[in-house]
Design a protein around this ligand. Structure first.
Ligand SMILES: C[S@@+](CC[C@H](N)C(=O)[O-])C[C@H]1O[C@@H](n2cnc3c(N)ncnc32)[C@H](O)[C@@H]1O
Length: 288
């Protein structure tokens, strides 16, 4: 059972020297933890402190990671993104890889099966536990990309950041960290906003969702913002000519559309003579 005090009570809520506070909880499998019963139990414990919970609001249950990551919607999304990545024919086999925001590791096998030694990272303990069970041979570590820090100064040939950047409130800091750790290529897929301006468009997210921002704050940067930021760290920056076969990846960037909108970027230390890549932000793309 999680519970937390939500803010300070208004002045009028002081009664007989007792501070009345408000709290939230999430249900568990145990029936003993119904809000009214829990509130009474907690108020007995809190009595000597002078605090009393006036209202305990039950929030929707927290989703188990695999309910989210193995929903049909998510599995289809992964398939479309990974087949697109494979279509770019980048030289990835055998490279060392740092994966950030790995979720439950549904992309990690793309690299492990190509003989890549990996460090798989993620901020949520529940997700990390699943990754560890799935890939006992891989190195798995906690890494919060809002305050990115690794215990060693290790660098990796490839940094793989799919589905994470838009769950961060400070995407510039995360890009800087990933560039510092990257010897060859940064592979980035993220939600973006339509527009030609340089904006990150901060937004709120639900931290109770195992796939959303741990901090509760995310962003939807424009493609030019990401491109410009990547150019600060990499001499060569590319977007694919193609987009994955999925409706969240638009082809015509002059017509904005509702819902999540995504793009793929590559930051590289070397010039890539790859016909699938272009070195500017395109107005139009095609399916691969
Ligand atoms: C949408 S999922 C993406 C999972 C996978 N990479 C993919 O593309 O399908 C976002 C992941 O980022 C993780 N995440 C959220 N905030 C994070 C943070 N500050 N640092 C690292 N990971 C974070 C979430 O726990 C979640 O597993």
């Amino acid at each position: 059972m999680n519970f937390g005090v939500r803010g300070q009570p208004p002045r009028g809520s002081f009664a007989c020297g007792t501070r009345i506070v408000f709290a939230t909880c999430r249900p568990t499998n145990s029936n003993n933890n119904r809000p009214t019963r829990l509130r009474k139990t907690l108020n007995k414990v809190l009595q000597p402190t002078g605090y009393r919970i006036g209202k305990l609001k039950e929030l929707p249950p927290q989703a188990a990671p695999l309910e989210t990551f193995h929903s049909f919607k998510y599995l289809r999304h992964n398939a479309r993104r990974l087949e697109h990545l494979a279509s770019l024919q980048l030289p990835l086999a055998g490279k060392t890889v740092l994966e950030v925001g790995a979720g439950t590791g549904d992309h990690s096998h793309f690299f492990l099966d190509r003989g890549c030694p990996m460090l798989i990272t993620e901020a949520r303990a529940d997700n990390l536990q699943i990754i560890q069970q799935r890939y006992p041979q891989a190195r798995v570590q906690a890494l919060d990309m809002e305050r990115p820090q690794l215990s060693s100064a290790e660098k990796f040939d490839i940094v793989y950041c799919y589905g994470l950047l838009y769950h961060l409130a400070d995407p510039a800091r995360a890009l800087e960290f990933m560039a510092q750790r990257c010897r060859e290529m940064l592979l980035l897929e993220t939600c973006v906003s339509f527009g030609d301006d340089l904006q990150i468009h901060l937004c709120d997210e639900d931290p109770a969702e195992p796939s959303q921002a741990v901090s509760g704050r995310g962003c939807r940067p424009t493609r030019p913002w990401i491109f410009t930021e990547l150019r600060r760290h990499f001499p060569f920056v590319y977007l694919p000519r193609t987009q994955p076969w999925h409706e969240e990846f638009p082809l015509d960037w002059s017509k904005s559309m509702a819902g999540l909108v995504r793009a793929v970027f590559i930051g590289s230390r070397q010039r890539l003579g790859n016909p699938s890549l272009i070195n500017h932000v395109p107005a139009k793309q095609v399916r691969h």
